[in-house]
Structure formats: structure tokens, C-alpha cells
Design a protein around this ligand. Structure first.
Ligand code: PMP
Length: 313
């Protein structure tokens, strides 16, 4: 089966889905996207799409900020996504990328008087960060964009120049990932992940006012910590120096899953290995996203209405 895309209101082979070189979003970053995971469960021969509705609700908010009119309701977007994945027939983990964009072929910086369009792509995604060994980080010399510059609560394509500058700087300096600080020096997030620290036994993560994307994985971990371990997460400002004295730290993200941070600015985090609470939350998270905890099945959408046939049956 060729990879399919949903493009111009229909399903078509990905290879045929093309946009023109004058497309507004390509020139000005005027698009809003999301990233959704489909997680393959081998025992059940089923792909579980994780929190699809929550992703589209977030995308809707981003579209409001960018004055993009989505021609579908959240429920219709969920339905289109499931259909696309089912058509594509993957039997492994997938990454789904919906994108709503200013599609007019027009020169001129603005949000008004432009056409909008919407597409969905489904693809495989190799491991984004090393969730086993852990991640080595540096704080970035780039600061996180502020809500008064481009609102971070929207997954707006133009914002990702900020992330790309930080990620490449970190990689070129020999690290795996960057941690961005806000303009006034508080910890914000990674280039594509939210961050948590364990300090004095407390689970702490920066608040939305520190210019983070309100991550679905972040919310998942907060809920798992509360409901499974009885641990409340404290959402508060985090100082850079608190990163150096934390017992544990980890990233969360759809691409990054729950990934332990083992080093920050050439200082080991805790013992320099994945922490106990991090590992426990990571275990619960992987179980939940693969549809293995009945209590959390309402987070999952089954991609295949019928069970997929295995090669041998
Ligand atoms: N922050 C940024 C900047 C991101 O790009 C992402 C990935 N979407 C996240 C945080 C994590 O969000 P989520 O858990 O919803 O994928």
C-alpha cells in the first residue's frame, strides 16, 4: 500500500500531494500543525491512536490565533485521521501530522484575506530521543519566544525556527537536546518537548505562562502521576540552577515519549542515570499509549475497525 495523504479534501497517494511554490505558509510560517502517535500493539494486532481529539482541540485553538478557518469539526478531523491511517495499513508505530495553512498563492505578510487549507500526512518516525539511555542537554543561548511575540500555545510553524536554532546549536555542541529559557531566564521547555524535574521529592514542571506548548504528553504524565502514584505535579516557575540540583529530570512529547535527562550543562542529573520516578512514569506511559491499561482506553482510538491479518493467518 503506498503511503496516503489527505489533501484538497480527498485521500490520495502521498507522492501526488504537492503545493505550489507561492503558498503563503511556505514563505511566512503561517500554518498550524500537530503531531499524533499511532502505537502498534502486537498482541492485539491493532494500532492505537493516542488522544486524537485532544490534539485536534489544541490545533483548533492554534487556528483561532492564526485566523485559519478549519472546514471540519474536531469529530470530523478525528474521523478523517482514522480513515487515513486505516487506508495506509501500517503495522508499526506511526506519526500523524495534520497541518492547517494559509494556502493562497500570494505575496504579502498578513493573516487576513487569504484562503486556508488542511492536510494530513501519516509516516513512520524513528526514535526521536534515546528514551532508554537518556538525553544529554545544554541550556540554549537562544531564548524561548514570548506570548507577545508568537504565542507558544499554538503549534505554529513559524515558531519552529526558534526550536530549530536551539536544537542545531545543541547538536553542533555535542548534546542531544536544548533546554530553552524564557526571556527572563526561567526554564521553559525543550525544542520539541516539555520538561519535568524532581526536586526534594516533588514533581515539578513549568507553567503555561512560561511560554510552553501545553503538551498532551505533559498532561498524560500529570494524570498518570496523580491517578496511579498519588503524586501531584507542581506547576511553577523553575530556575536554571534548579536543573543542576534536581534529583531527576525528563522530557515529555509525542515524538520524544517520556525520555530521561541524564546530564544538563555537563552536570549529571542525580546519579547520571534515569531516575526511579522517571522510569515508573515512563513504564505507565508506554502501557497507556499502547492501550494496555483498560482504565485509559478512552484515550485511545482503534485505527483498524477489523483486526489486521498477520502474515501467517
Ligand atoms: N513543546 C514543543 C515546542 C513541542 O513541539 C512539543 C511536541 N508537540 C511538545 C512541547 C510536547 O507536546 P505533546 O506532548 O503534545 O506532543
Amino acid at each position: 500500500m503506498p503511503p496516503y495523504a489527505f489533501f484538497h479534501k480527498q485521500f490520495m497517494p502521498l507522492a501526488e500531494a504537492k503545493i505550489g511554490i507561492l503558498t503563503h505558509a511556505l514563505h511566512y510560517g503561517t500554518a498550524c500543525f500537530d503531531g499524533i502517535r499511532g502505537n502498534w500493539n502486537d498482541e492485539q494486532q491493532q494500532l492505537f491512536l493516542f488522544r486524537v481529539k485532544d490534539h485536534y482541540e489544541r490545533m483548533y485553538k492554534g487556528c483561532r490565533i492564526l485566523k485559519i478557518n478549519l472546514p471540519y469539526s474536531v469529530d470530523e478531523l478525528c474521523q478523517l485521521t482514522t480513515e487515513l491511517v486505516e487506508k495506509s495499513g501500517y503495522r508499526e508505530d506511526v506519526y500523524i501530522r495534520p497541518l492547517a495553512y494559509k494556502s493562497s498563492e500570494a505575496i504579502g505578510v498578513r493573516l487576513h484575506d487569504l484562503e486556508d487549507d488542511f492536510l494530513i500526512i501519516v509516516a513512520t518516525l524513528p526514535a526521536y530521543l534515546d528514551a532508554e539511555k537518556g538525553v544529554r542537554c545544554c541550556t540554549s543561548s537562544w531564548r524561548r519566544i514570548d506570548d507577545t511575540m508568537i504565542p507558544a500555545r499554538g503549534k505554529i510553524t513559524g515558531i519552529y525556527v526558534n526550536s530549530a536554532l536551539a536544537k542545531t546549536e545543541a547538536c553542533e555542541r555535542g548534546f542531544d537536546e536544548a533546554i530553552l529559557l524564557t526571556h527572563d531566564g526561567h526554564v521553559s521547555e525543550g525544542s520539541g518537548e516539555n520538561i519535568f524535574v524532581v526536586l526534594g521529592g516533588k514533581l515539578i514542571t513549568p507553567p503555561s505562562s512560561d511560554n510552553i506548548l501545553m503538551g498532551i504528553t505533559r498532561d498524560t504524565v500529570i494524570q498518570l502521576a496523580r491517578r496511579e502514584l498519588g503524586i501531584e505535579t507542581v506547576e511553577r516557575q523553575v530556575d536554571r540552577s534548579e536543573l543542576y540540583i534536581a534529583e531527576e529530570a525528563f522530557f515529555t512529547g509525542t515524538a520524544a515519549h517520556v525520555s530521561p535527562i541524564v546530564e544538563i550543562d555537563q552536570r549529571p542529573v542525580g546519579s547520571g542515570e534515569a531516575g526511579k520516578l522517571t522510569k515508573e512514569l515512563q513504564r505507565l506511559y508506554f502501557q497507556a499509549i499502547q492501550g494496555k491499561i483498560p482504565k485509559y482506553l478512552d484515550w485511545c482510538t482503534l485505527a483498524y475497525s477489523k483486526l489486521v491479518k498477520t502474515g501467517h493467518s
